[in-house]
Design a protein around this ligand. Structure first.
Ligand code: PAF
Length: 280
């Protein structure tokens, strides 16, 4: 696996591969790689000839008082895992390589960026959208892969790509879970042992709501309230629990069939998000 840190070097590799007819898959990450990330790389390998992975802890998607400084940075370990997984190129840029000091351009997917996680983390999704847009322009991949665990992020990226005519196919990859059901996340490392015992209840609450809907209960507001109450009693501080249309994340109505239930809750200091999507 080659490792580069400049856009120029990245483009050289991509140009060479393209010149010999190779297709390119891209997996953007913030590092601290777990089985969920490796699943993205593994899927990417099946879909394209060359796999480029980026590791960049993107400052613009962290709000004031969030964990930008303390976000786990495990570069050596990440490199080893990517090498073992068969990635072809690792892009490891500095902040200065990505952002000009006087950068002025913003990317905001209105109507989506300010909902759910965006309501609790103002500016977060504009930070995600600008960095992903820039990384696409830098790597110019044929396809890019993102975890379905971050369902709202994936919806925002798909919408941005459509609206800006970015020539990349976006592929969502299933969430990888611990045996307990807890969705893999770099932030799980913040959980204490005791919190780790309770954290799987977030996924459990999603499964209970889904099963109720599949059994014919369409009283979504009641289901949302019951789930929030359950989470609170289990020791979470629920942020949102929302039954949505999976196409545009608007609140689901009785006529909607393709659904996603989005949830976020704090367990101690750790913000956990998860979702479940299904057809009714
Ligand atoms: O999901 C992530 O790890 C990040 O939000 C992403 C897509 C790499 C952008 O920084």
């Amino acid at each position: 696996m080659r490792i580069v840190s400049t856009v120029c070097e990245l483009r050289e590799y991509v140009k060479t591969w393209r010149s010999i007819g190779k297709s390119i898959a891209f997996v953007p990450t913030m590092g601290n790689l777990h089985a969920g990330h490796l699943q993205l790389v593994n899927t990417a390998k099946k879909k394209a000839d060359r796999v480029v992975v980026s590791i960049f802890v993107n400052p613009t998607q962290f709000g004031a008082g969030e964990d930008y400084e303390t976000y786990p940075r495990t570069e050596q370990e990440d490199q080893r895992k990517l090498q073992a997984e068969g990635a072809d190129l690792l892009f490891l840029p500095s902040v200065a390589e990505i952002y000009a000091p006087d950068a002025r351009t913003e990317v905001t997917v209105t109507g989506l960026s300010d909902l759910y996680c965006g309501a609790s983390r103002p500016g977060h999704f504009s930070g995600v959208a600008i960095v992903v847009c820039k990384l696409f322009n830098m790597a110019q991949p044929d396809i890019a892969l993102f975890g379905l665990k971050d369902f709202q992020q994936l919806t925002i990226i798909k919408t941005m790509v459509r609206d800006l005519n970015i020539p990349v196919e976006i592929v969502g990859v299933d969430t990888v879970r611990e045996l307990s059901g807890l969705a893999m996340s770099s932030r799980n490392g913040y959980l204490t042992d005791a919190e780790k015992q309770v954290a799987p209840k977030l996924y459990h609450s999603l499964c209970v709501a889904r099963d109720a809907i599949l059994a014919g209960n369409l009283a979504y507001a009641d289901l949302e309230q019951q789930a929030s109450q359950f989470l609170q009693q289990a020791g979470f501080q629920p942020d949102y629990f929302s039954v949505c249309r999976s196409s545009d994340l608007k609140k689901a109505g009785a006529e909607d069939v393709e659904l996603v239930i989005l949830a976020a809750a704090k367990m101690g200091k750790t913000r956990l998000i998860d979702n479940i999507y299904f057809s009714r």
